[in-house]
Ligand binder design. Structure first.
Ligand code: SAH
Length: 565
């Protein structure tokens, strides 16, 4: 299956939001784009409908526009002669009563139209002749099959539409339901198989992805060797479903590069003495042959790759940003869409949603960080795709360090083979600073005021030195019910070095519903203005404040520093 960008659902007014959200339930990775000033609650806002649509189209993003088909057509008209990209484009009536596939026939637009129509409880307006006549798009075979030659396929379908009959060679179970003009004596054939040969002019050649190649990471130029071995064995490359390697080689970059270059999945089997044994155990029914140091296994039917051996497990430690979906980096959105298991403190897991029914959520108490980290590795070592969720950035007083500590402590090779990645997010100090202006524009110091994991004496010492060094101070975890007096003591220390007029920014629930931003002076600051959902930024001697036209103040710390201070 080709990996597509997640769809964009584009809406013009608040009236379409409910329909957009129903479509988003069907495609949880989809982003709702709302016209700025007209829609609240969209994942992202835009100013120009036409530009937004054209931008998405050129990025090959499937577009679901909740508006008149004509508006969509006019907006994209200038791009339609460019055949390089043609993502699915659909118009959906605002109230969800009609779903019209417009473009992207070969990108599966009709499939999407049916999926959306099903989610909305209506019928899709399919207009493709071949598909209407035969009940299936012959040029877009299902997963597990690949069309050999598109141009030739188009001619073939027009011949059938013009009245030619057809017979099927090979196994094409998805065509059993199709209304094809079948005739055992027909000249035209739909041929399903995996042999390497050009399509005949009267044939629709479809390759079944039924071939696996067992490989070893030590083979040089692996991707080329696989291609050559398939050609020697007279097998079409399009029939290659996956590569198989030993679990011991799970982390070998050469294997992952080869699979990526070939555009197929990489699966793993328990170590065996040789490739023959490994492939034989994994696919007992397949026809096996050695080909220049590789082992080719040809199965009877397309391989369900997810059932072949197992995948390399993945563990991504992600940062959601402060809360608003717009401030979540796209790599994190994509990771959430591919996750099978999601671990984290309940509030953050909820913030990361909505999730599909097949995604397993493991909510845990905020305090059990190491236990959660180990649980994540246990799941990932089984081959699952696991996400550990933090707010802000996962490396800032959050899960990334705990996950690495758990790995460092472990001697389990399966944990060390996991595909571990840390994906950054916008940390609360940066999100708060951006809203206030640029208080972190010069050197600054980031501290957690929590003495849960470190002695209070070290906090006092660092505060004293940082305040003395005239650094802007960013305080995470400034106060909590269990730590009521610490902030007051911290401010006493800071006040020993800093003027009472020093600006202080208090950002509470930044990027979340009900966010507040306050600017006070150090003299005015009282611990009860602050709670555990607040970010405290204490200015340095150069931090400035001036009023903004829209109300409130701008706060910034200039880039320069006076030579004589
Ligand atoms: N990894 C997070 C920080 C976790 S520590 C990050 O990078 O942002 C938790 C502390 O972060 C809270 O006590 C609070 O001080 C701050 N914080 C987290 N999210 C916040 C938000 N949306 N607004 C203000 N402060 C926030």
């Amino acid at each position: 299956m080709n990996t597509r960008n997640a769809p964009a659902i584009v809406i013009l007014g608040a009236g379409s939001l409910a329909t957009a959200q129903r479509i988003q339930q069907r495609y949880p990775a989809a982003t709702i784009h709302g016209l700025s000033g007209r829609v609240e609650g969209a994942d992202s806002v835009y100013d120009s409908f036409g530009q937004t649509l054209r931008g998405l189209y050129q990025e090959d993003t499937p577009i679901i526009a909740l508006c008149a088909a004509g508006i969509v057509i006019r907006s994209l008209a200038s791009l339609l002669s460019d055949k390089d990209v043609e993502p699915p484009v659909l118009a959906v009536a605002e109230d969800g009563s009609a779903v019209v596939p417009l473009l992207g026939g070969l990108g599966g637009v009709n499939v999407m139209a049916r999926e959306i129509a099903e989610a909305l409880g209506v019928a899709a307006a399919i207009t493709t002749s071949g598909e209407l006549r035969f009940g299936t798009c012959l040029l877009n075979p299902p997963q597990g099959y690949a069309l050999a030659d598109l141009e030739q396929g188009k001619r073939f379908v027009s011949d059938l539409l013009a009245g030619q009959s057809v017979r099927i060679e090979g196994d094409a179970p998805w065509l059993a339901e199709a209304q094809l003009p079948a005739d055992a004596g027909a000249q035209r054939t739909i041929h399903v198989g995996c042999e390497l040969r050009p399509a005949r002019h009267d044939e629709l050649l479809i390759h079944a992805r039924s071939v696996l190649v067992a490989v070893d990471a030590s083979v040089p130029d692996l991707a080329q060797r696989v291609t050559a071995a398939l050609a020697e064995a007279n097998i079409a490359q399009a029939s290659l479903a996956c590569l198989l390697a030993s679990e011991q080689q799970m982390a070998e970059p050469a294997l992952h590069q080869a699979a990526a270059a070939l555009g197929v999945a990489l699966r793993f089997a328990p170590h065996a003495d040789n490739l023959l044994g490994m492939a034989g155990q994994t696919l007992p029914q397949a026809r096996l042959s050695e080909q220049s140091g590789l082992l080719i296994a040809v199965a009877e039917a397309p391989l369900d790759v997810a059932q072949v051996g197992r995948a390399r497990g993945r563990l991504a430690v992600i940062g959601l940003g402060p809360g608003a979906a717009e401030l979540m980096v796209p790599a994190v959105k994509a990771e959430l869409a591919r996750a099978e298991d999601v671990l984290g403190y309940e509030t953050y897991v909820r913030m990361a949603g909505p999730f599909r029914d097949d995604q397993v959520l493991h909510n845990t108490d905020n305090r059990e960080e190491m236990q959660r980290a180990r649980h994540a590795f246990e799941l990932a070592a089984q081959g699952r795709s696991v996400v550990v969720v933090s707010s802000g950035d996962p490396g800032v007083f959050a899960m990334a360090a705990a996950v690495l500590e758990a790995l460092h402590e472990s001697s389990d090779p399966a944990w060390h083979r996991v595909d571990l990645e840390i994906l950054p997010g916008v940390s609360a100090s940066l999100a708060t600073a951006a809203q206030a202006g640029a208080p972190l524009g010069h050197d600054f110091c980031v501290m957690s005021l929590s003495d849960n994991l470190k002695p209070w004496s070290i906090i006092e010492q660092r505060l004293d030195l940082a305040a003395q060094a005239d650094l802007v101070l960013a305080f995470y975890n400034p106060i909590s019910k269990a730590r009521p007096w610490q902030l007051g003591r911290a401010l006493e220390i800071v006040r020993q070095h800093r003027d009472g007029h020093t600006p202080v920014v208090l950002g509470r629930d930044i990027g979340r519903p009900g966010q507040t931003l306050k600017v006070v002076t150090l003299a005015e600051l009282l611990p009860d203005m602050v709670d555990m959902r607040t970010m405290v930024l204490v200015g340095s001697s150069t931090t400035c404040v001036f009023p903004r036209d829209s109300g409130g103040n701008w706060v910034y710390t200039p880039r320069w520093y006076p030579a004589d201070r």
